[in-house]
Design a protein around this ligand. Structure first.
Ligand SMILES: C[S@@+](CC[C@H](N)C(=O)[O-])C[C@H]1O[C@@H](n2cnc3c(N)ncnc32)[C@H](O)[C@@H]1O
Length: 382
């Protein structure tokens, strides 16, 4: 964990473990109110399939498409293609396309040059889109780990060519797989079917069969994924236990991906202009807004895995807020201090609307599997 913090050069933060709440993030320096604490880059992310129709974003950095400036015309045309030739993913630049291909997409692509069985991958995606698109995120985690493992293995054996691969043992392969898995292990929690909240329309006496149905759904999805990308050397990743934990990690981590539409800012800006500049600006931009249609201000919505943010615990009187500033136009998580924070203090965020009454807060937090005992709850509990 500390390695990840070092890699991200977050010298101002530290991770600690407590019996009561597990991992937590603590301040190594003082933060002023409004100061940036952390920009956490997502490891894997996916836009909700229903949101894809209304909001075109880069599949790697999640910047809104027409907001990205390409350097020249050729780049603009080239940038939008996936390296494998599928039409599912779109990119704002060649750099994003190549980086996504190398880190995740090459195994999940349904194009001609994909590294998986196209028909099997299509079956997996169809099932995920028809049931729960969290499976696509889980597939991305598995693909990320396999590709990283292969890269580590290649690097390792390039380094000891003369050994004629004698160094390749089950043990060395396993330790490379563990190394590839390390960033994901940060968010590992409970199995999906154990931690998913019971929906309101399910009678508590049917809880057992509900959880069984969820497990069966995960099993079906995993079989379809195995048909598409199974790798014998990474067989551990394809166990139902690991798959259930990966999905559970998204269920329990408060990791929404939101990238606002820049058009919203335009309206705020225009509203604040004095007359007659306001009317003039509206006249000049009306044709552009008409061309964009009614859904111009829909933001990108999805789910992402942010390794460090996933270690931040909840408080109804939080010390920090996940809050995008004007300049934060991509899918990174931005954490800002919402009051002064002293050295050694825990950085907490609120997973819910902390202004709700006590009972409602506790009910919503039950979905995350815990009863909140923060200072505000202790004060307000009946
Ligand atoms: C996003 S994770 C936070 C990191 C977590 N402590 C860990 O070890 O990975 C959310 C989980 O942390 C625990 N948690 C977070 N805030 C808590 C709190 N105020 N009280 C008790 N448990 C909490 C719950 O188990 C919750 O499902």
């Amino acid at each position: 964990m500390m390695e990840l913090i070092r890699l991200k050069e977050c010298h101002s933060l530290t991770l600690k473990y407590s019996e009561e709440v597990g991992k937590g993030v603590y301040a190594n320096k003082e933060f002023k109110e409004g100061e940036l604490i952390l920009k956490d880059e997502m490891l894997v992310a996916a836009q909700h399939s229903s949101n894809k129709v209304d909001c075109l974003v880069c599949s790697k950095c999640f910047k809104l498409y027409w907001f990205c400036r390409a350097t020249d015309w050729e780049e603009t045309i080239f940038a939008k293609l996936c390296c494998g030739g599928c039409e599912e993913e779109h990119y704002c630049s060649k750099l994003c396309a190549e980086s996504d291909w190398e880190s995740v997409h090459s195994l999940l692509c349904t194009g001609q040059s994909s590294g998986s069985s196209q028909a099997a991958m299509l079956r997996f995606l169809e099932h995920a889109n028809g049931t729960n698109d969290i499976f696509i995120l889980a597939a991305k985690v598995i693909s990320f780990t396999i590709l990283k493992y292969r890269k580590l293995k290649q690097l390792h054996f390039e380094g000891c060519k003369l050994l004629d691969r004698l160094g390749e043992t089950d043990e060395s392969r396993f330790s490379m797989l563990l190394e590839a898995w390390k960033p994901i292990s940060m968010g590992f929690k409970k199995r999906w079917w154990d931690c998913i909240a019971l929906p309101d329309d399910v009678d508590p006496c049917n809880e057992g069969s509900f959880r069984m149905q969820i497990k069966d759904l995960a099993f079906t999805s995993l079989q379809l994924l195995k048909d598409a990308i199974f790798d014998n050397e990474c067989a551990y990743l394809f166990s139902l236990e690991v798959y259930g934990h990966i999905i559970g990690m998204f269920e329990l981590n408060n990791l929404d991906l939101v990238v606002a539409s820049p058009v919203e800012d335009y309206f705020i800006y225009i509203d604040e202009l004095p007359s007659p500049e306001k009317e003039e600006a509206e006249r000049l931009t009306r044709s552009f807004l008409d061309a964009l249609g009614d859904e111009y201000s829909i933001c990108c919505q999805g789910t992402a895995f942010f390794p460090l943010q996933s270690c931040m615990n909840h408080s109804c009187a939080p010390s920090a807020k996940a809050f995008k500033r004007d300049e934060d136009r991509d899918g990174q998580a931005v954490i800002i201090a919402c009051r002064p924070i002293s050295v050694g203090e825990e950085i907490t965020i609120s997973y819910i609307d902390e202004d709700l009454p006590y009972e409602e807060r506790q009910a919503q937090l039950a979905d995350y599997g815990f009863k909140c005992r923060c200072s505000k709850c202790l004060e307000e509990q009946p």
